[in-house]
Design a protein around this ligand. Structure first.
Ligand SMILES: CCCCCC/C=C/C(=O)SCCNC(=O)CCNC(=O)[C@H](O)C(C)(C)COP(=O)(O)OP(=O)(O)OC[C@H]1O[C@@H](n2cnc3c(N)ncnc32)[C@H](O)[C@@H]1OP(=O)(O)O
Length: 390
């Protein structure tokens, strides 16, 4: 659970109603006025909701509560780096001069709609309509000489949490020593991976943002080092759209197979960030400097065919037959002599290893600085408050 989630949840329990002036009549119809009791009841009801209504709704509730009890936003805007409080401030401030009475009415209406929608599903609700539980975010299996590392957070488009980076490192280390011939990275559901989980930035320890950025730099560097040093053939089975770091690291894979539904997007400038995964070196080498710049500077999103034409993807398959064709191919390759594959991979990689490690160290260090910049903080705050999407 992310810190934003926790802290938004904490806001809701911290919203104890103080002295709310009586306003008359009932909630519900726009022509009726909300009584203090209706409002107080709604405030109590929020704490009893069975389902988490999500950050966006919690922000609305927060803003309406503040407007209803204190009127228009009257406190100084928090600093750029304090982006959780800034997000709350933005939501309150956005209500402008809405009257306290109107805010109370909107608050009561919103809580009432939540209470209705959070009633337990009837037994007839088809399983397919329910969100699958977020179980193991990474599933590692080994079969037919292939170790598969599967990103398994389909409801979050397989965004990479801090824990997942650690788990992938551990899985790669284990795969480098196991009996398998080939190692595959793929995703569950409709996405391959939506990149770094942007709520990672909100997991602040006592050391604050500086510490978060420092530990992020170390983790990123270890993660990419592990890919640089991986001794066996490493294959990406790109089952859908890929974003951010899941794209940049493709330059370190030996083979990349993609469904024709996949897209490849590196929106670093939009996020106030800079390239990682050795892409500042591998992309210009793979596709030429101007094509690489179009992706890494301007965030041009490539189709699978375009990525294949630029050499980032090895082969594109029709989505309907993607899994069948790719796994049949990989099973055949996995029967090749493992030592020959390992030695050949190592001789290819050997020429570049030192350079790749140096590039990784520099990219990780530059990113640490970027994560502390206003540009980056603003972009993440925008995503978290759902004002921005790619
Ligand atoms: C050790 C640290 C290393 C860090 C290295 C630096 C890495 C950099 C990067 O990877 S930069 C790229 C970061 N990724 C993004 O900016 C993607 C953000 N996501 C989106 O823009 C969209 O979600 C989308 C285009 C991927 C998909 O859009 P859509 O199909 O409309 O789905 P939803 O937006 O409704 O998403 C469903 C659900 O997933 C959550 N989610 C998706 N991506 C991320 C993400 N990257 N981080 C956190 N959460 C993500 C999204 O919030 C929704 O959750 P909800 O249902 O609202 O709870």
């Amino acid at each position: 659970m992310s810190l934003v989630y926790d802290s938004l949840a904490r806001w809701s329990v911290a919203w104890s109603p103080t002295q709310v002036p009586a306003l008359g009549l009932h909630a519900g119809s726009p022509t009726m006025r909300t009584s203090q009791k209706d409002f107080n009841d709604a405030v109590s009801q929020v704490k009893l909701l069975k389902e988490d209504p999500g950050n966006e709704v919690k922000l609305k509730l927060y803003a309406l509560y503040k407007q209803a009890t204190e009127g228009p936003c009257n406190v100084p805007k928090p600093g750029m780096l304090d982006f959780i409080n800034k997000t709350k401030w933005d939501a309150w401030n956005a209500l402008g001069s809405l009257s306290k009475e109107a805010a109370r009415q909107k608050y009561v209406d919103l809580v009432s709609s939540l209470s209705t929608s959070s009633k337990s599903p009837s037994p007839e609700t088809p399983a397919a309509d329910r969100k699958p539980p977020e179980g193991n975010s990474l599933v590692v299996t080994s079969e037919d000489g292939i170790t598969t590392i599967r990103l398994n957070r389909p409801t979050k488009k397989n965004a990479l949490t801090t824990q997942m980076y650690h788990d992938i490192i551990a899985a790669l280390q284990a795969a480098s020593k196991d009996e398998s011939t080939i190692t595959v990275l793929t995703g569950s559901g409709d996405y391959y991976c939506s990149g770094n989980d942007l709520t990672n930035f909100t997991h602040l320890s006592a050391g604050g943002l500086e510490e978060m950025a420092r530990s992020g730099e170390v983790l990123l560097r270890d993660f990419v080092d592990c890919l640089i040093d991986f001794p066996k053939p490493l294959v990406a089975v790109v089952n859908g759209p890929a974003v951010g770091i899941s794209v940049t690291i493709l330059g370190l894979f030996d083979v990349v197979y993609a469904t024709d539904r996949a897209t490849f997007h590196t929106p670093f400038s939009h996020l106030g960030q800079s390239p990682e995964g050795c892409s500042s070196y591998t992309f210009p080498k793979i596709m030429g400097s101007s094509k690489a710049a179009e992706m890494l500077l301007f965030g041009k999103k490539l189709t699978a065919q375009e990525a294949c034409a630029r050499g980032l993807v090895t082969e594109v398959f029709p989505d309907g037959t993607f899994q069948k064709e790719v796994w049949a191919r990989l099973k055949a390759y996995s029967k090749l002599p493992p030592n020959a594959l390992r030695i050949s991979k190592q001789i290819i990689r050997k020429q570049e290893k030192e350079k790749l490690h140096a590039v990784n160290a520099e990219e990780s260090s530059v990113l640490r600085e970027r994560w502390l910049s206003d540009e980056c903080m603003n972009a993440i705050a925008s995503f978290l408050s759902r004002k921005a999407k790619l």
